[in-house]
Design a protein around this ligand. Structure first.
Ligand code: PMP
Length: 376
């Protein structure tokens, strides 16, 4: 198998699986229980929370709650902050490059009466800070911008964006850091809210976190026992959260060599495809080493992806969440690319877990499949 769909999810790290198993077996008490065993579980939960914040160098300024992943974190951040601070203003700003777990909650808030601005993105998949500046006003309470685009791998200039947002003291910045967590050495201290999922960096699925600046309050999405600082009721997944911290620690410890591996793989694949007439690259030059987005000019990408799958080679059309809907990529359209390119994109996403040989074999297989598949 060649697995090049690591932006959709990664193979869990052995270390993380071991932690999950150990904690499930030895510390399965409910951290909310008042007995000694529950208190031990609670202590472990707080240690994991502190470690996550320390690993990200955010322990002084921010706090963290555990969630089921980035989709939930984005929903809670957007709806929770918008509703909590509605008396300050009702303008919310995002952009067309964001994931559906940002765009759709904002569409729902628009229905509720909030004023929502969907900014365009540049041809290389970024938010232009000056465009953002033009859209800000005193009633803006929340701006949402991702760190790395999940389809093409473009980096946003978070420092410049935060400067614009914070020139309005009542406005908060949410950064969806799902595709950069454990992969990029990005300073996130300027973000007021940060969302991510564990399964994108070697943790288990259904686990994630929302980090928030200490003074921020969020209107909870559902009612219950008031766990997770009252913002997210429900029994926490201690084993999954502990495994996430192990995966994050390991990813950060090996960040440099993991990135070098991803860069070498991306180069192998991009160079290998450079002489194929049917292939155009959609990812900008300076995009994440973990993501290479291409389009096929005279072939249907769905047919090619299926043919690759029959050979045990796995890639996505665009995001795994939208892939089965077979709609053109909204990100590529927002970048100004043609309908044909947006309909026939392939996202190839790497991990340090892959080998250079995987890259070489992938190029050979893709060339062969392109030859074999009849013109549409
Ligand atoms: N945001 C981004 C940028 C993503 O890439 C993803 C996963 N495709 C999500 C949010 C949602 O993550 P999850 O499905 O784990 O909730």
């Amino acid at each position: 198998m060649i697995y090049f769909d690591n932006a959709a999810t990664t193979r869990p790290l052995q270390l993380a699986l071991k932690e999950y198993e150990d904690i499930s077996a030895t510390l399965f008490a409910n951290p909310s229980s008042g007995h000694l065993y529950g208190i031990s579980a609670h202590r472990k939960l707080e240690q994991v929370r502190d470690e996550m914040l320390r690993l990200l160098k955010l322990e002084k300024t921010h706090d963290l709650i555990f969630t089921s992943g980035a989709s939930e974190s984005n929903n809670l951040a957007l709806k929770g902050a918008a509703r909590q601070y509605a008396n300050r203003g009702k303008r919310l700003i995002t952009n067309m490059g964001e994931h559906s777990s940002v765009l759709n909650p904002l569409r729902a808030l628009k229905e509720e009466g909030f004023e929502v601005v969907f900014l365009p993105i540049t041809s290389d998949g970024r938010v232009d800070p000056e465009t953002l500046r033009g859209a800000m006003d005193k009633s803006t309470t929340l701006v949402s911008v991702m760190s790395v685009n999940n389809e093409v791998g473009s980096y946003n200039d978070l420092k410049a964006i935060a400067e614009v947002v914070h020139s309005y003291p009542k406005a908060y910045l949410l950064v969806d850091a799902t595709q950069s967590m454990g992969k990029d050495d990005i300073d996130l201290s300027m973000a007021d809210l940060i969302s991510f999922s564990a399964h994108k960096f070697g943790g288990t699925k259904g686990v994630g976190a929302l980090i928030y600046r200490k003074n921020i309050k969020l209107h909870p999405e559902h009612d219950g026992g008031g766990q997770e600082h009252g913002f997210r009721s429900g029994t926490v997944n201690l084993a999954g959260n502990a495994a996430m911290a192990v995966a994050l620690r390991d990813s950060l410890e090996h960040l440099k060599e993991n990135r070098e591996m991803a860069s070498a793989l991306k180069k192998t694949v991009a160079d290998g495809l450079a002489d194929v007439d049917e292939v155009v690259v959609n990812s900008p030059e300076d995009s994440s080493p973990y993501i290479l987005n291409i389009s096929l000019l005279h072939k249907k990408s769905s047919v090619i992806i299926e043919a690759l799958g029959e050979r045990g080679i796995y890639v996505s059309s665009h995001t795994a969440c939208d892939a089965r809907r077979s709609e053109p990529s909204s990100v590529l359209l927002a970048m100004g690319l043609s309908q044909e390119r947006a309909e026939n994109s392939i996202r190839i996403s790497f991990s340090h877990d892959n080998t250079i040989q995987d890259g070489v074999e992938f190029v050979a297989a893709l060339k062969q499949v392109i030859e074999e598949v009849k013109d549409r």
